[in-house]
Write a protein that binds this ligand. Structure first.
Ligand code: T3D
Length: 258
């Protein structure tokens, strides 16, 4: 049978495509483990500078595959700790930018996955649904952490309680995504964006991600200390010397040079 996650690399961009299109890429355990493994492999591969997660077909990810839930021999807590939680942690801790390229509906844990990217790019037909309450579950896989930070407690609660879809226009306005592209050119637009990101200084972006993730749950005092420590790692890296040299020589920096 076909791979549940397709893996491609072009110009430093590793694209991971969820591949269960007839189920709108609903996640079974095989898909969740494969995606987490593929992210770890992308993190370890020096040819990869940016990771893109997208979906095959008309959906991004419809959340947990409801076909497999009833016969399961794991509790909900055990299941989340074994599958979704390692996936979301891997995305947030990866030392490379992760783009979630939301090509269609993102529902339930698929919505959480869409929000977990460092950069969120949506196709015009994308919609995000905190669908969990429709099957009387609570939002998981990070939705309770991501969404109120983006839209505030009250809109987050309303979206979760009513499970109403957020369409691209509101997603952009509310900060649930950075860009919206036409459906027809979506994958090419995502690749072009990702290549632009891949040309930026990889070490500095990795440290920026680390600093932001730290600061999101810290005091100002602790964030200032963390910046001072991480700036040393940025300043000691050859990328910094290249950036300064390029500025002085009035040329574009080449951060991809070994
Ligand atoms: O540990 C744990 O298990 C807890 C973790 C929970 C995490 C979660 O994600 S809970 C939430 C689970 N997801 C859902 O409840 C969403 C269910 N799907 C939908 O509500 C709708 O499909 C959508 C709103 C996402 C899209 O609607 P629409 O009208 O565009 O498409 P559709 O016709 O409903 O779906 C197309 C096919 O995909 C359809 O199959 P069919 O009829 O053509 O054979 C549908 O059954 C299938 N599909 C969609 N979502 C799922 C699914 N099959 C299995 N699981 C799904 N989640």
């Amino acid at each position: 049978h076909a791979d549940v996650v397709l893996v491609e690399t072009a110009s430093g961009v590793r694209t991971l495509t969820l591949n269960r299109p007839d189920r709108l890429n609903a996640a079974n355990d095989e898909l969740l483990y494969a995606l987490t493994d593929a992210l770890e492999a992308a993190g370890a591969d020096t040819d990869v500078r940016v990771v893109v997660i997208t979906g095959a077909g008309r959906g991004f990810c419809a959340g947990q595959d409801l076909g497999g839930v009833s016969g399961r021999n794991m509790s909900f807590t055990e299941h989340l700790n074994a599958t979704y939680n390692p996936l979301i942690r891997t995305i947030r801790m990866l030392d490379k930018p992760v783009i979630t390229a939301v090509n269609g509906v993102a529902a339930g844990a698929g919505a959480s996955l869409a929000l977990a990217g460092d950069i969120r790019l949506w196709a015009q037909s994308a919609r995000l649904i905190e669908v969990f309450s429709t099957i009387a579950l609570i939002p998981d896989s990070g939705s309770t952490w991501f969404l109120p930070r983006l839209v505030g407690y009250h809109r987050a609660f309303e979206l979760m309680a009513l499970a109403e879809p957020v369409l691209a226009e509101e997603g952009l306005r509310a900060g649930l995504c950075e860009r919206v592209y036409p459906d027809e050119t979506f994958l090419a637009d995502v690749q072009a964006y990702a290549e632009r990101l891949a040309a930026r200084p990889a070490n500095a972006l990795a440290l920026t991600k680390r600093a932001l993730n730290f600061a999101l749950t810290s005091t100002l005092d602790a964030a200032l200390d963390q910046e001072a420590a991480l700036q040393q790692l940025a300043g000691d890296h050859p990328e910094h010397a290249e950036g300064v040299a390029a500025f002085k020589e009035k040329r574009a920096p080449d951060f991809r040079r070994p």
